[in-house]
Design a binder for this molecule. Structure first.
Ligand code: FAD
Length: 827
């Protein structure tokens, strides 16, 4: 039984690094003071990664959440001191470019900074050298300056935050290794510690949070949780005295510096310079191989420096920073810290053991933000300060937990840590992993594959090059033209003229069954589920604060059987967490065993009807209805809906019959001009139709009204998760997901760019594409509601340019829904 009183439940935080300390501080600030922080090492310099981190805090990140967490770290550590010594040195951050590609990338990063509200400025080479006089201005093409960046004094921050936590009643136990985590009836019950002479101690706990850094996988395994994290060694060296810095009595006044073209970063330490390098071979370390605190020569997270791996870094440093040529490398380490497969942290509760939480793979940069996020999540039941959907430890597909995969991706991400990554760039290995049953046919059609949740997914088909004859598809600029072909445009147009097959297998499908299924879905979704068998409902999953957790399409296939078209593993996790305890509902992920083809376009009925004995007429099979049928020899579940805004069906069948379904439709479709359509065309068509995509257009931080999804909320249906919060919020919104159009076809933006009203940054782009059948560029963007008025002219910051854009009435295509409902030509 959970023990909760005025001091909150009994919490054990494992790890007194910068993450555990931040969490203890944030929890106790919210009144949870029955907290014990346990560390195997001496506190505050425990021997973990925080103990030797040079503490550079570069805030800008492509992820809004990560940038916001970094901002909070800057804010919090900037206001903290330890006996008068600061926990943060706000020296600013400078990123330099030595190639034209990197210079363009700095413009893109400048855009992200503007989008997420962090001040930054692009600099000439001379301005870079003014800020960082050791730099050779002739070696760089320009730079990006972020004045609020700086250096976190990690050990000091640990001590300052723990001191505050202690003053509120938190216990800190040092030199106690956690040896086991006791679980009873699916809940954490206690943490067992002990070390050397100290006898084993059992600490009862209602909540355990693993903040064990590179030891995370070992500790999480004690509670049965596979933690997809790879510890890797990374080189950090310090020069001896640099003549140009002689006499510097302050620890650091020069900005922190990044030279990403050579995988290097720098910080000043009095008259020396710290040099961090990611340019060497990946050096993964198994958590089990880390030495105990008392056996490690320096500390467990520090391995011996391998000078051979540092040679290139040192040569490049002397080139970029001529001032260092007169210095020597004084000391160096191969320091170990955590990498994940997507560069994002691992936060949240185990799906199997209640009360077992993790806050792992977190940089010093984001540590205070993560501490706050976790404390809000634990105390309030949800995090209100940050959208955590990219950080949740339950986001992974099963294959992404395989040790070989985790290791391969961890190492790859080490190599790519400073690379310029295109938004569509797929991972290179391990591939291919998941193949839909249509894969062989797609290869025959010369598909260009990208990757989604491990699935190989066609972006376009080379075989469709023939569609280009006679039609002119405008080309986007260089950046948007990567992973793009004019065939994308031809496929989009053909989808609106004839009929196309879209492989929708990669989208998550869940089956919800049992006598309690209806009540369960009524409670968890915003839609009315109590409708006839055969109805299909587009609705949302909300969090308790009314934020959107996902958008789903629910088909009632039987009295007690529902199929849920979902977005990813977090939806499965969310449903599992809310299952009634009486066993009256079963939720199964049926994605891998099934497949789906979207058969969409004005001629979809001409294609499908002759293949089936079921009535697929407009009256016999209405929009947003579902039916079981046979298409040729293949049993299918057909849902009459379309994410591209055309007449047609999603046809689901089991994986074994997928190829047969494709062949049946393909052969019969020849006389109707059937094509295969790729994801590129799909993305364009869905934006023409104004359909939102969860995770890009809207996330946990947005409510349905802001996102233009109020129509999916049935307030009159009775209570559901998030309803009370929506009532409080009301439908009057301050910001809005807004449709913008761009006239010049060359100006195709990609997402995350800032939107300007004059010189003021007012919002940011979510999804964007060229609308091939409306002849304009489309960008959805979050804007203040006051600016979201059709006809209003704004600008999008795209690299070093401003792209004019106009707020448009949406949807841009078929607002009367004639295509979908079959009331227009395509009956
Ligand atoms: C060379 C190097 C340079 C870096 N530079 C930067 C930088 O410039 N900027 C930046 O933001 N980040 C940097 N990092 C990354 C950063 O240091 C880490 O991501 C961060 O410190 C991790 O903090 P943590 O609290 O999760 O882990 P840690 O500081 O490792 O803390 C985990 C704690 O858990 C304890 N523990 C583990 N297992 C047990 C157990 N069984 N029982 C009890 N206690 C246990 C450990 O003793 C340790 O104290 C760098 C890392 C390295 C290695």
């Amino acid at each position: 039984m959970e023990h909760v009183d005025a001091t909150g439940p009994r919490v054990v935080v494992i790890g007194a690094g910068v993450v555990g300390a931040a969490l203890a501080d944030e929890l106790s600030a919210r009144g949870w003071t029955d907290v014990t922080v346990v560390d195997q090492g001496p506190v505050p310099a425990t021997g973990g990664s925080s103990s030797h981190a040079p503490g550079l805090v570069f805030q800008i990140n492509g992820s809004k959440t990560m940038t916001q967490m970094a901002r909070y770290t800057v804010e919090k550590l900037g206001s903290l001191d330890l006996d008068g010594e600061p926990c943060f040195l706000q020296v600013g951050g400078l990123e330099v470019a030595t190639t034209p590609e990197r210079l363009a990338e700095l413009h893109r990063r400048h855009g992200w900074a503007t989008s997420w509200g962090v001040e930054s400025r692009l600099l000439t080479p001379a301005e870079c050298a003014d800020l960082f006089p050791l730099l050779d201005p002739g070696a760089v093409l320009g730079g990006l300056h972020i004045p609020t960046d700086g250096i976190a004094k990690a050990v000091r921050a640990v001590e300052a935050q723990l001191r505050r936590a202690r003053s509120r009643g938190v216990r800190v136990l040092e030199r106690r290794e956690v040896l086991d985590i006791r679980v009873e009836d699916g809940r954490v019950a206690a943490v067992v510690t002990g070390q050397g002479e100290i006898a084993a101690e059992v600490i009862p706990a209602d909540v355990v949070v693993c903040c064990a850094g590179i030891w995370g996988p070992k500790v999480a395994a004690m509670a049965g949780l596979p933690l997809p994290l790879t510890p890797l060694a990374h080189q950090l060296a310090w020069t001896g005295s640099v003549p140009d810095l002689k006499g510097h009595t302050e620890e650091a006044t020069l900005p922190i510096l990044r030279h990403q073209d050579a995988d290097l970063y720098y910080r000043q330490r009095f008259d020396g310079v710290g040099i961090g390098s990611y340019g060497h071979r990946p050096m993964p370390v198994r958590p089990e191989d880390l030495l105990p605190v008392d056996e490690a020569e320096v500390m467990p997270s520090v391995l011996a420096f391998t000078p051979g791996d540092f040679e290139d870094a040192w040569a490049e440093t002397r080139r970029l920073l001529p001032g260092t040529r007169a210095a020597e490398i004084g000391e160096g380490i191969n320091g170990v810290f955590s990498f994940t497969q997507d560069h994002m942290p691992l936060l949240g509760e185990s799906p199997d053991v209640k009360g077992f939480w993790v806050a792992e793979a977190v940089w010093v940069t984001h540590s205070a933000g993560v501490g706050r996020a976790m404390a809000e999540w634990l105390v309030d039941g949800h995090c209100s300060s940050f959208d955590l959907h990219e950080c949740d430890v339950n986001r992974f597909e099963p294959h992404q937990l395989a040790p070989d995969y985790v290791l391969a991706r961890g190492c790859r991400n080490f190599v790519e840590v400073y690379d310029i990554i295109h938004p569509l760039q797929p991972m290179e290995e391990p591939r291919p992993l998941r193949l839909s049953p249509f894969h062989a046919r797609q290869r025959e059609l010369d598909a260009y594959f990208l990757e989604a949740a491990g699935w190989e997914r066609p972006q376009w088909y080379g075989a469709n090059a023939r569609l280009l004859e006679g039609g002119d598809v405008p080309s986007p600029g260089d950046w948007a033209a990567r992973h793009w072909s004019p065939i994308v445009g031809a496929e989009a147009r053909a989808s609106r003229e004839t009929v196309a097959l879209y492989d929708m297998t990669a989208l998550k499908r869940l089956e919800v069954t049992g006598p309690g299924a209806l009540a369960f879905l009524q409670r968890l979704t915003t839609g009315q589920m109590d409708k006839s068998v055969g109805s299909v409902t587009y609705c949302l999953l909300l969090d308790v604060d009314g934020g959107i957790r996902s958008d789903v399409t629910v088909a009632r296939l039987g009295r007690d059987t529902f199929q849920v078209g979902a977005n990813g593993n977090l939806d499965l996790d969310w449903l599992h967490r809310h299952l009634p305890e009486d066993g009256s509902v079963v939720v199964r992920d049926i994605t891998a065993g099934t497949c789906c083809l979207g058969v969409w376009g004005p001629r979809a009925r001409d294609l499908v009807q002759p293949l089936t004995g079921a009535d697929f007429s407009n009256e016999g099979f209405r929009y947003f209805r579902a039916k079981k049928a046979y298409v040729g020899a293949v049993p299918v579940t057909a849902l009459r809906l379309s994410y591209i805004g055309e007449l047609g069906w999603e046809l689901y069948t089991t994986a074994d019959l997928g190829a047969k379904l494709w062949d049946t439709l393909w052969e019969a479709g020849q006389e109707h001009g059937v094509i295969a359509g790729g994801r590129g065309a799909f993305a364009s068509l869905r934006l023409e139709k104004g359909y939102r995509s969860f995770g890009t257009d809207m996330t946990f931080e947005h409510d349905p009204y802001e996102a233009g999804l109020g129509f999916a909320v049935r307030m009159d249906k009775g209570d559901f998760v998030g309803r009370a919060a929506l009532e409080r919020r009301g439908a009057n919104v301050r910001r809005r997901l807004t449709c913008l159009t761009i006239d010049d076809p060359a100006d195709v933006v990609m997402g995350r760019e800032p939107v300007f009203d004059g010189d003021t940054g007012v919002g940011y782009v979510t999804s964007a594409a060229f609308g091939y059948t409306i002849g304009k560029g489309i960008a959805y963007a979050w804007l203040p509601a006051a600016l979201a008025t059709p006809g209003r002219t704004l600008e999008i910051g795209y690299f070093d340019r401003r792209v004019p854009a106009v707020v448009a009435e949406e949807p841009l295509f078929d607002p009367a829904m004639e295509r979908l409902r079959g009331t227009g030509e395509a009956r």
